[in-house]
Ligand binder design. Structure first.
Ligand code: ARG
Ligand code: GLU
Length: 720
């Protein structure tokens, strides 16, 4: 009897309806439980409309943009929508003082004016296939994890070669469910991608880092590109003769907008989640690793901000660095808070207790899974100091700009030390360093770096014991009683790497003398100290521990699926194409506070502040905003909606993803998550997790009324 009751408890604890919005599903596997649920939630189309190999389907219009974002095709001439922050580096590269597209935006008035972007690609998934049986062929239970991985790598290579030969497409085998499943992905990579338009940062980055990761939000975070191909409609390198790609499918755009509780789904390339980790990993990330990293980044941001506040040039120089440092900083704060509020570690511990009981209830399970949780505990105990040491090395060591700049010279020194120096390779390295030197000094303010170095090194020494820090830190006040700031000042006074002319001189007529100059430089010696420390004290022990963790994680994943055999599992994100679905809705971030699900132009006007960079609006934008005649882009109350929140489960990489309504029409472009829900990479909470999308009607309004690019609107398929 007792056992029966216990059984019930297990099921009640683990069976949750799929309905809550959690999950990043594989598009080819939607038919079945997912499709049923999606239709119950309001979807009017079928799984076959979303992913099909027999006819054109929506998957033909969703692409991986560069390596870390998503974009969608919105016209039969392959016009692409993605985020402003995804296209930002292209917008920036085309910008100069005369043509400042960051500040003023950019709009091509015809195809000829669309700007090529060497190196930028978009990747389209052609087909997906379960190849688990082939990938695991010859893999035995007796194999070590390393042998298993090697065998799978060999099998995967053979699978890809055959697939390429058969299809003519690029092919890749990727692991899912912690190496329990393997899928073959056929892909097409397009290499001629041109910039068509971008709003000014006052629109595309409105709210900046102040509003980043937060709701309510008023950012018009979009930019417009186009795919070009050869005359045969196949991917080709850039050529002036290339023509716009004719896609199999493009998304129609709805002008109807969304209302609370409307069904939506997000189709895109989420990069990484870790939903199936044990409690030890969650505790390590949110209670140990994040807090140090947050402190270290916070110190850098404070110093950046102190200098930026009084110096406009520095503000521009550090804008992009600040955005990068701050994006991760804010995300980690939100993630740790979110897990704490959810009692995430305790929740995982309860699941583990249940798991142990389930394992012990059956002899064969005991043989397979007994001791798993305990093994996690001991392995994570060994892993923890190494993980933290790695965090310090990257956040504090390489957080010093001059250190990370000089680390780029390592490859040159390594190559020059070879018995047979490859002259072309050397030449390439030297050229590369010349251009890196130029861009480094363009945005380098030495007083900031001195202060950052002093702060980071002090924190490093105070928080990492002698055995877990690189040797250079242990020499600082060994002999003399110098302070850390004395040490740093001496270092910066002595190194030649803070002097642009001196660095450039190193890179012409490269010879032995110059090699010696580099290797004897005190900053280069710091780089070497970090490198040795990393190789010997971190990577070497990590190799075995990391493999054990992979093995434990793989077995635990398999065990969880066996234990909850009635539950539908989704694999962790791995930059492959996924579907998340949920409902439009607000949420309550704190006691007595409720956030509505959409924002309007009124909020932009409210936030406007000529004193605060993130909230500045110029006259042109204001005059358009104040017209109040939003034509077909207004909502039913005549208002201009800017962004909306919904419960789709998204993560980094989903930026730029199409947000689609029940009919599969485009209603928004995903660009962020709310702060209270950023722990969804580790644990999803339906009450708090919301993705943030720019309302596509605002995107069209900006293109049409602000940019006057009506010809682009004409290309699109609008549903009134
Ligand atoms: N938080 C979003 C993401 O993770 C947007 C980042 C870009 N925006 C910014 N203000 N830094 O990518
Ligand atoms: N801004 C993120 C990106 O660039 C998406 C937001 C998220 O992490 O959910 O992919």
């Amino acid at each position: 009897m007792k056992r029966f009751i216990f059984g019930l408890f297990v099921i009640a604890f683990f069976t949750k309806s799929l309905f809550a919005g959690e999950g990043m599903w594989i598009p080819m596997l939607l038919n079945g439980a997912n499709e049923r649920e999606m239709r119950e939630m309001g979807m009017k189309i079928t799984a076959d409309d979303i992913y099909s190999l027999n006819h054109s389907s929506m998957k033909d219009a969703v692409v991986l943009f560069s390596r870390g974002c998503t974009a969608e095709i919105v016209s039969d001439q392959a016009l692409l929508f993605t985020n402003h922050h995804c296209g930002f580096s292209e917008i920036q590269k085309h910008s100069s003082l005369e043509n400042d597209y960051i500040t003023n935006g950019f709009w091509a008035t015809n195809n000829k004016e669309e700007l090529p972007n060497p190196g930028l690609t978009v990747t389209m998934l052609m087909q997906m296939e379960d190849v688990t049986d082939f990938a695991l062929m010859g893999v035995t239970k007796e194999m070590t994890e390393v042998q298993r991985k090697e065998k799978i790598a060999v099998n995967s290579k053979a699978i890809c070669e055959k697939a390429k030969e058969r299809s003519g497409f690029d092919a890749e085998v990727r692991p899912f469910f912690q190496d329990n499943k393997f899928y073959l992905l056929y892909k097409q990579v397009f290499k001629d991608i041109r910039l068509v338009g971008a709003p000014p940062s006052m629109i595309g980055k409105f709210g900046g880092d102040t509003d980043n990761w937060m709701w309510p939000r008023h950012t018009g975070d979009f930019s417009v590109f186009r795919i070009y191909v050869g005359k045969d409609n196949k991917p080709a390198d850039y050529s002036a003769d290339n023509v716009p790609f004719k896609p199999n499918y493009h998304f129609p755009i709805s002008l109807k907008g969304v209302e609370e509780n409307d069904f939506t789904f997000v189709f895109g390339y989420p990069a990484r989640t870790s939903e199936y980790l044990p409690s030890y990993a969650i505790a390590l990330t949110t209670e140990k690793s994040n807090p140090h990293r947050v402190d270290l980044r916070g110190m850098r941001l404070d110093i950046f901000n102190k200098y930026s506040a009084t110096d406009q040039k520095v503000k521009i120089q550090y804008a992009s660095k600040d955005a990068g440092v701050s994006n991760g900083w804010k995300k980690m704060i939100g993630e740790s808070k979110g897990i704490k509020r959810l009692n995430g570690v305790e929740k995982k511990q309860m699941q583990e207790d249940d798991f142990i009981r389930w394992t012990n209830a059956d002899e064969s399970r005991k043989a397979k899974y007994g001791g798993l949780i305990h093994a996690f505990e001991t392995t994570y105990t060994k892993y923890e100091p190494l993980k933290i040491a790695g965090d310090f090395m990257s956040e504090a060591g390489y957080g010093i700009e001059i250190v990370s700049f000089v680390s780029k010279f390592q490859a040159l020194i390594d190559e020059s030390a070879k018995a047979n120096v490859d002259a072309t390779k050397m030449d390439k390295l030297l050229k590369g360093l010349q251009s890196q030197t130029k861009s480094f000094f363009k945005d380098y303010h030495q007083p900031i770096d001195r202060e950052v170095a002093t702060a980071l090194i002090s924190y490093y020494i105070a928080n990492q014991s002698v055995d877990f820090r690189p040797s250079f830190l242990n020499t600082i006040n060994a002999q003399s009683k110098q302070t850390i700031s004395d040490y740093v000042n001496k270092l910066f006074d002595k190194t030649l790497f803070v002097d642009e002319a001196a660095v450039n001189a190193l890179l012409i007529d490269f010879n032995m003398k110059k090699i010696r100059k580099i290797t004897q430089d005190p900053v280069y010696q710091i780089v070497m100290s970090l490198k040795d420390f990393n190789e010997i004290q971190i990577q070497k022990p990590l190799k075995t521990i990391g493999t054990s963790l992979d093995s434990l994680q793989r077995i635990y994943m398999q065990a969880q699926m066996e234990m909850q055999s009635e539950k539908q599992f989704y694999p962790d994100a791995n930059s492959s194409l996924r579907i998340a679905y949920g409902k439009v809705g607000g949420f309550s971030p704190a006691d007595a506070v409720y956030y509505n699900y959409f924002t309007t132009l009124d909020g932009i006007i409210e936030k406007e502040n000529p004193e605060v960079f993130d909230y500045v609006l110029d006259e042109k934008i204001k005059s358009i905003y104040y017209t109040k005649d939003f034509g077909p882009y207004a909502d039913k109350d005549g208002k201009m909606r800017i962004a909306f929140a919904a419960s789709n489960h998204t993560t980094g990489g989903n930026s730029g993803s199409p947000v689609l309504n029940a009919e599969g029409q485009l209603v928004g472009i995903n660009f962020d998550r709310c702060w209270e829900g950023t722990m969804s990479d580790l644990m999803y909470d339906p009450a708090m997790c919301r993705n943030i999308s720019v309302d596509v009607r605002y995107v069209l309004f900006v293109i049409d009324n602000y940019a006057g690019a009506h010809h682009l609107i004409e290309e699109m398929t609008l549903i009134k």
